[in-house]
Design a protein around this ligand. Structure first.
Ligand SMILES: [Fe+2]
Length: 326
């Protein structure tokens, strides 16, 4: 006799893509395609769809030409086709306004639901269907798990998205990501009374998304998107080349205590959005993982070694770019 199947309900699979508005699309394309080595899979009407060489799905980064450097959306893939509708129903019951995004409205992608995260107001989109186009033969890899040959500085995939909101809404937003979307709190930086930042995942990564308190009390702040490179040496090579090219520096290279990955923060010269190159990090397989609680006094959480993160008053690591509305 077969067992009745246990239905866990709708679940998030992983961070899928980020959609950056850029006032200078050509300069952004130079940065992400020519320097970082991402593939432009499709480009139409002032919007380009890119992926890393180890991503088989249509895109993980969307760039749109527009006057302001705002972020137009943060997209997550769900586990099953029906989860898009199931999540939409759940949000409806919670009184959250949703927008349906039709198939093909975002190139390569099926139907999606768009909404603003309660509290932080970041525009999230959830989807399941996405095409997996073969790269053109001239850049296709012989390794079946690579969509294209490694090029440029070797960005292989989207790693995580780092979001911020105001002090008055950060706890609400972080709790909602856990309760409504099923993200698990993996590591957290807090004082006894105040949440500073939380690293959350549904995968073995320490974070697929981070939610933190911004320097200013306003919602919808984008701190950075992290792109994964294979190893520490790739990141140091990137640092060398970017210095010569006068790419605006953020911080790094260094290694985080929280998450244990090596980092390099720079800014896309077309848009000014902060981009992190990211390598390494510990993975979590324990089903009974307890969130690791860091105190601001343990300053090696941010930087274990290397270039420190400038988080003092007026510090360069405190700047963010805004998100669009619904
Ligand atoms: Fe990060």
């Amino acid at each position: 006799m077969s067992q009745p199947e246990y239905d866990q309900g709708p679940r998030i699979a992983h961070a899928g893509s980020v959609h950056l508005g850029t006032p200078d699309l050509q300069k952004s394309l130079w940065f992400f395609r020519d320097l970082l080595g991402m593939e432009v899979v499709e480009e139409l009407d002032g919007t380009a769809y890119l992926r890393g060489y180890q991503e088989l799905t249509h895109h993980s980064l969307i760039l749109s030409q527009q006057p302001e450097a705002t972020v137009l959306g943060y997209s997550f893939r769900v586990q099953r086709p029906q989860d898009v509708e199931l999540f939409a129903q759940r949000f409806g019951e919670q009184g959250i306004k949703t927008l349906e995004i039709g198939k093909g409205q975002v190139a390569g992608r099926g139907e999606a639901v768009r909404f603003l995260v309660p509290g932080s107001e970041h525009p999230f989109e959830l989807y399941y269907d996405i095409t997996k186009p073969l790269a053109p033969e001239e850049i296709r890899s012989k390794i079946l798990s690579n969509s294209s040959r490694r090029r440029g500085l070797g960005v292989r995939r989207l790693d995580h998205i780092n979001l911020q909101t105001g002090e008055s809404t950060v706890e609400q937003a972080e709790l909602w990501l856990r309760e409504a979307l099923g993200f698990k709190r993996r590591e957290v930086l807090k004082t006894p009374d105040l949440l500073i930042a939380s690293w959350l995942s549904v995968t073995p990564q320490v974070h697929d998304v981070a939610m933190g308190r911004g320097a200013e009390d306003r919602p919808g702040q984008f701190h950075h998107v992290a792109l994964n490179v294979e190893n520490f040496h790739d990141l140091l090579t990137a640092a060398d080349q970017m210095r010569d090219l006068d790419i605006e520096w953020g911080a790094g290279p260094g290694k985080h205590g929280i998450g244990q990955a090596m980092y390099l923060y720079v800014h896309d010269p077309g848009s000014g959005h902060r981009i992190e190159l990211y390598s390494g990090g510990h993975l979590i397989f324990d089903p009974d993982w307890q969130p690791l609680e860091w105190s601001p006094r343990q300053e090696w959480g941010g930087t274990w070694y290397g270039h420190t993160l400038d988080t003092g008053p007026g510090g360069s690591f405190l700047t963010t770019t805004p998100s669009a509305g619904l």
